[in-house]
Write a protein of this length. Structure first.
Length: 147
């Protein structure tokens, strides 16, 4: 699958690790955040880590009632029921992006990212890099390994 756009997604380290190690096969959100089939998603691990060291190529994104998402996909969601219920409390729908392919590369700190991509600020949810030429990031990505 050819990557369409490069996007950066803020995520807690534990969930980034689960995506990269393959135990989390669907990335969950409370609302659609514009991830499309074929997008290359870089995982920005939030503080205290503040690094990008892996990501995934997005497969399809689905929206289901919260209870249905859990009943159909809980073995591959990478979260426990207590967290899931708390996270989706007061939500009617759960949005999930399937992970087509995950990858890992040498960690880039926030400072390194900002040196490579002037003006980078950590996203609240996701940012789109489709209009930014990030050739230095290509090298880092090419150093990565498919998991």
């Amino acid at each position: 699958m050819q990557a369409k756009y490069i996007k950066v997604l803020s995520i807690k380290r534990v969930y980034a690790e689960r995506i990269v190690d393959g135990t989390k096969k669907i990335e969950l959100r409370k609302r659609s955040i514009g991830i499309e089939l074929g997008d290359l998603i870089l995982l920005y691990e939030t503080t205290p880590d503040s690094v990008i060291k892996g990501g995934f190529v997005a497969d399809k994104t689905i929206s289901l009632p919260v209870s249905e998402m859990w009943s159909k996909y809980h073995p591959i969601l990478g979260v426990d029921k207590e967290f899931y219920d708390l996270y989706f409390e007061n939500c009617e729908f759960a949005y999930g992006t399937f992970i087509y392919q995950n990858f890992l590369f040498p960690a880039l700190s926030l400072k390194q990212i900002q040196e490579l991509c002037s003006g980078f600020t950590p996203p609240q949810a996701t940012i789109n890099w489709r209009k930014i030429v990030i050739q230095p990031m290509d090298h880092a990505l090419n150093q990565g390994e498919r998991v």
